[in-house]
Ligand binder design. Structure first.
Ligand code: SF4
Ligand code: SF4
Length: 287
């Protein structure tokens, strides 16, 4: 099985629209939404969940009031300002608690529990394009990299069980922990960019990340016709660095119109279907 990851150096470059088009065009792909902090692939694919699993990761402190001697040591020692006192009652703010365990270790009354916490959920779903493995991390929770790794493992298991030949993943924006985690095992990264100075800058960042981890990449230039000078600059960067340009996508109102109808742009517009069919073939030829 080949693993294809669609990423961009920031959000809003059209990554999910491109992934949606590829999902529509692919014959035998397991789909994976690896943007676990703010997933949006479900808006296009309208999944029907058939499995829901809890995601437990990281720890948080919890004070047992019956055992607390109200000495205030924990409040003094917590560097994250996660402990508060009100009317002599000490409690932990779960949003601020970083799970460093200092208060647990130093509490003279041994009154602080240190429990695994539920950080989110992950799902297996059916979509009209095939199966989807996806997740939702709860607001403010960390460990997104771990959840991404878990999703990829589960997608691989499903792919093996059902004989999928490709894993097509919509990655997280940026170059942080979830993106780094999603690169593991990836055969080809598709960088989606736009013809703006910041688009080029973000492309350079994400390409450098993939170089570092020795992941092969190719480029899709979205809305290329809005600034052809910048498109040329992006293409010359690609040539210099040896990244094939898999395709240029023209600016089209069909993208937004398709989203409103919760469709991929290739389902909505026949000329976009033709454009993306060529791009998808170019991507597959890089494997
Ligand atoms: S350190 Fe322990 S005993 Fe002291 S206030 Fe905190 S929880 Fe209570
Ligand atoms: S575990 Fe660390 S961050 Fe959390 S309340 Fe205790 S000292 Fe503060």
């Amino acid at each position: 099985m080949h693993e294809i990851l669609v990423i961009s150096g920031k959000g809003g470059a059209g990554k999910t629209s491109v992934t949606g088009a590829f999902a529509h065009l692919s014959d035998n792909a397991i789909l994976c939404d690896l943007d676990v902090d703010a997933p949006d692939f479900h808006l296009l694919s309208q999944p029907e969940k058939y499995q829901t699993h809890e995601f437990w990761s990281g720890y948080e402190a919890h004070i047992r009031q019956d055992d607390c001697m109200q000495c205030g040591d924990c409040l003094e020692r917590c560097r994250f300002d996660a402990i508060k006192e009100e009317d002599g009652l000490y409690t932990v703010d779960p949003i601020k608690c970083e799970g460093c365990k200092v208060c647990v270790a130093l509490c003279p009354g041994d009154a602080i529990d240190f429990n695994l916490k539920k950080c989110g959920e992950w799902y297996r779903s059916h979509t009209r394009f095939g199966q989807l493995v996806h997740a939702q991390l709860y607001p403010g929770e960390e460990n997104s990299g771990r959840l991404v790794a878990l999703l990829k493992d589960e997608a691989r298991k499903t792919a093996k069980e059902y004989g999928y030949e490709i894993m097509l993943a919509d990655g997280a924006p940026g170059i942080g922990c979830p993106v780094i985690s999603s690169l593991s095992g990836t055969d080809l990264a598709v960088f989606v960019t736009e013809p703006t100075p910041s688009g080029l800058h973000d492309l350079e960042r994400v390409a450098a990340l993939c170089d570092h981890f020795r992941v092969k990449g190719c480029v899709v230039i979205n809305k290329y016709d809005l600034n052809t000078d910048m498109t040329e600059k992006i293409e010359s960067f690609c040539e210099q660095k040896g990244y094939p340009v898999a395709g240029r996508v023209p600016h089209s109102n069909a993208v937004t119109a398709a989203m409103v109808e919760r469709k991929t742009v290739t389902e909505y517009d026949s000329s976009m279907y033709t454009d993306f069919a060529g791009i998808w073939n170019n991507v597959l030829s890089q494997l």
